[in-house]
Design a protein around this ligand. Sequence first.
Ligand code: IPM
Ligand code: MG
Length: 356
Amino acid sequence: MSKKILLLPGDGIGPEIVAEAEKVLNKLVETSDFEVELEHGLLGGCATDALGNPYPEKTQQQAREADAILLGAVGGPKWEAIDRPLRPERGLLAIRADLDLFANLRPAMLYPQLAEASSLKPEVVAGLDIMIVRELTSGIYFGQPRGIEGEGAQKEGGRHAWNALTYTEFEIERIGRRAFEIAMKRDKRVCSIDKANVLEVSELWREVMERVAKDYPEVELSHMYVDNAAMQLVRAPKQFDVMVADNLFGDILSDQASMLSGSIGMLPSASLNSSGFGMYEPVHGSAPDIAGQNIANPLATILSLSMLLRYSLDRADLADRIDAAVNTVLDSGLRTGDIGGTATCTDMGDAVVAAL
Ligand code: IPM
Ligand code: MG
C-alpha cells in the first residue's frame, strides 16, 4: 500500500536540502517495492508570504492526511520584524502542538570519518553516541501567561515581559517513559536534566522521573543540573547515553551536542506523538546566510528521511540502505563546506543516490 509523505521544505536552505532528500526517496521507489505519494506543503515564512499564516489551514489538512512529514527548516531575517503570530517559528510551534508531537529525539553521534571535523579532540568524541530526548509541546515555549507590555504601560524599570515555565505530571511522565523506553534499546542509562536547585518545575520533574524509573528497573537514572550538563557535554561527552530534558533545556543542549559530532549539518531528528506518527527534520535551522548558494549539507535531511522510514513507516530495510549509502559517501571523502570540503549540496545528494 502506498504511503503518503508530506514534504514541507520551508525557508532558507530548506528547499535545497529537501530536494536532495526527495531524490533519495525517488531512488528508493525506483529500486524497491516501496510506493509513495508525495505532497508538498507550506510551513513557515513561505506560508506567511503566500497565505498570511505560517501554519495555514491547507497545511493542517495535508498534515492530518499524511503518514509522515519531512520538514526542511523555517525562519529568516526577512520575517524577524513582522507581527509575532505571523513569524515562521510560530508555524513550527503550531504544527508541533497541533499534531501533539511531544517527543523530540535528537541523536548526537560521531561519524568516525568526521572525527577531525569536531571542535573537540578526536579521543574525547570518538565513539560518541548520545540520544537527547527533548519535551517539545510544553514548558516555557507554550506556558501561559506570556506577554510584553505595550509602550503605554511603563512601570518603574521600563516595560515588563513574561513567560511561564509550566509542566503537568502527565507531560513529564510521558516524555520520561519515552526516554526510558529508548534507553532500554541502548545502554540503559538515562540522565535527566533540570535546574531543581532553583525551579519548582524541576523539583516536580525530578520526582516524576524517579517514579517512572521504578517501572524500568534495568535502567540507571541519574539527575544533572543543566549548567553542569552543558559543562560535562564538552568535558566528557561519552559519559551520556540518553539525556531527557524539558523543551528549553533540550533546545539548547541539543545544539551543543550536535557540534560535538563535527557539524550540525549531519544530525537528523524525529518529533513523535503517542502513536508513532512523526515529523522529521534536520536539527540545524534555515541558515539564511547560505541559502540559494547550493552549498548546504543535505545529509541531516537525508538522514531524517531514514529516521522517517524506520520509525513511522516501519521500513528499517530502506532506512538501512540510506544509512549505508551515507557511510559510503563519507568514506569516499566527499565533503560539503561545513565538514571541511567544497562539494555542493547537489553533489552530495547525487552521491547518496549513486551509492544507493
Ligand atoms: C529547534 C529550533 C526551534 C526551537 C525554533 C526555530 C523555534 O531552534 O527546532 O530546535 O526552538 O524549537
Ligand atoms: Mg533549537
